[in-house]
Design a protein around this ligand. Sequence first.
Ligand code: ATP
Ligand code: MG
Length: 403
Amino acid sequence: MKLKELPQEYEKAIPVLKKLENAGFEAYFVGGSVRDTLLKQNIHDVDIATSAFPEEIKQLFPKTIDIGIEHGTVLALVDDEQYEITTFRTESTYQDYRRPDSVEFVRSLEEDLKRRDFTINAFALKEDGQIIDLFDGLSDLENQVLRAVGNPHERFHEDALRMMRGLRFVSQLGFELEAETALAIQENHHLLEKISVERINVEFVKMLLGQERSAGLRAFVETECYVYCPGLKEYGEALLRFADLPKKTLRTESQAWTLLIDQLGLEEKEIRSFLKQWKCSNQMIKEVQLLVYGLKQRKQHFLEALDLYRLGRESALNVEELIGYFAETPELQQVTANYDKLPIKSLSELSIDGNLLLETSQKKPGKWVSEALQLAERGVITGAVANDKDELLVYLKEQNIGI
Ligand code: ATP
Ligand code: MG
């Protein structure tokens, strides 16, 4: 098969292939972007595979960065773009189900394509549009099937992460797992135990953000992969309930964790340790804790001034979108308008501060200062008092703060 037209990202990268070819090497576009081109989807990263060895690649391109030279990957900087150029390789004798004991550079494209996970990820594309399809990936693409390259059992033994990758492609592409591939995942799900949580996390989040999240989640439960993921062992039914939520693509990673936690019914104090087990960053944990709080509020009533203030604009909008999964229509414009109406957006906008309170009161510093500021902050946000220095001092006096 030959493509008539290439996406512009590939057009731009053709000189890179040409340079390798003119030096006597083979070079192709490979990986997910070829699959996405065939699916007429936008492509993100342009990956290039070549018969040139890393040192040979480096001699051809003046600006390179060794990003994974032991795996044969060199990043070439050409015309403000970056291209990952990887030497054809085979991976041999996986003994711990997660990484090859050794990577061997080879000059054969076929050997390189054989080590790839699924037939639809194992195409190579020449700059003239010619598709190299050694494993019938084109018919799998046509039939919307995810089939492991070669013997699925062996392939998941070599690298168990491929099982999670399979599930995330179910969700991202809406494809079905081919029967033997599905069976091999079911039989080998326990091997996920050997895989680092960080790698599982990446695939899991991509699965939750996919357009066919429900299908991905169902396959995740049916193959019992969930049992070997952090903190999910007892939650098969909850995950199926999650799969039954309205079909609506999640927009952000924090929304995905929030909806998951909501469906699992985790308590507030359990959120942190759950996300820690998943190796989420502290920043992500903070964001999700806020969204879980917001969603809980929003399930009871529209977000009130204090909720909006605490959440901030972005999180408030994230929460409002999430209410769409619970038989309500998100009122995003209303949320933005209400947020913009808040008299202050942060404590620094308050017309009084700690120093002023100390001067006015002549009292010793202490916990009372922050308590007074919080009271003033709350008063301003709820509209009980204007954000005006004199009015705030009167207000605090009335509240028996003792200034
Ligand atoms: P995405 O669109 O999310 O980037 P992708 O298929 O390009 O998906 P990458 O992780 O970028 O995924 O990997 C690029 C290519 O490398 C894949 O298409 C596949 O051919 C190969 N690959 C990646 N991970 C594995 C793996 N664990 N086992 C075998 N092949 C893999
Ligand atoms: Mg990719």
